[in-house]
Design a binder for this molecule. Sequence first.
Ligand code: IMO
Ligand code: MG
Length: 419
Amino acid sequence: MNIDVVLGLQWGDEGKGKIVDVLAARYPAVARFQGGPNAGHSLHFEGKKFVVRSIPSGIFREGSTNVIGSGVVLDPVTFREECLNLEKMGIATREKLCISKKAHLILPTHRLMDAALEAAAGKGKIGSTLKGIGPTYTDKIGRHGLRVGDILAPDFRARFDALKARHLRQLKDLGYECDPDKDEAQWMDAVAFLKEYKLVDCEYFVNEWLDTKPMLAEGAQGSLLDVDYGSYPFVTSSNTTIGGVCTGLGVAPSRVGHVYGIFKAYCTRVGSGPFPTELFDETGEELRRLGNEFGAVTGRPRRCGWLDLVALKYSVMINGVTDLIMMKSDCLDSFEEIKVCTSYRVDGVPSDHVPFDTHAAIEPVYTTFPGWKTDLTGCRKEDELPQAFKNYVAFMEQFLGVPIKIISLGPDREATIER
Ligand code: IMO
Ligand code: MG
């Protein structure tokens, strides 16, 4: 059986939570393969909103198995908080979750390091969510990290203290004033809580599962935040693109089936970094208001702009997207005209490539479409969609060379058209 993948094609916040929740009805298991509590995946059903951070969005489906893979970085405190909230809803998290022993642990001092590094970066700051993501992956690659499986070792406390001491030296070098012990007691309590969960050898678990049953992999962040292919250094510290599925879960590329690439009908970005189609005018404000573009994790207002098809085509290429999923086109319902960026002028020169240099002056070249001026939120069938909207969709499919298989027209599970 295959592992199918849902991943974001822009700068995160594409609506992955909703789509995983919709698709999870067809997959008995959902796995997160990278990222950590920097993610905030929102789901809406039965008139309520739910946000998950480290836990796969499949958790809400009855009988589902949910895997936190080796490529994820886990903060035991956030994890416990999420689990307790889910338990209140009657979801048996201990039964439904499996956590890779190889996932790395976010320590309280990793969070402090994140804050210290951002403070030291001044104007060049990344705009991190300050959840300790970058420092934890740094320790992983530097081979100093602590992993979930280590919590079972008799010398865990000593290893924790050694890593903490290392962080304290780094914090001192950065001249960062803080109380390094503040969150330690609750972190240790949360580690004890984590011990009650199924800690697994993720690579065996996933491969044996796939011998008989399908699985869905849920990406966090977006392709343009990938540490290798995003707008470095304004990226997150993991591979958010398709390769991350193989390394993060221990599966071969030949196991990967459908690659669902998810994008919003406009663009948003939180944090710093290039954003060629960003709007600083009333239209940008309007997009933020209509799309309620405020961070699920940090509450920060998101930067908003028109859809960037050059960047989207780049993400489609890198991930080998087989099926596109378009989100939030209903937020454009009231616009007289709708623009999409179809090429760039990079330092004055026409180009259809995303440039290497994040400081390059990119001027977007737009194609303009007449707005459909119809409320799409009630549409549930293809033939209810206005012609102007259909033309817009057809143009994108032609440009990107991949069919748009799902159109989402509102946050609720039900507001979804499959084609
Ligand atoms: P989901 O999964 C949007 C952004 C941060 C910052 C950069 C690095 O909800 O789509 P980090 O904390 O990872 O060191 O921050 O990446 N970022 C996200 N933006 N959605 C996310 O996740 C994000 N996770 C990180 O704003 O610019
Ligand atoms: Mg988010």
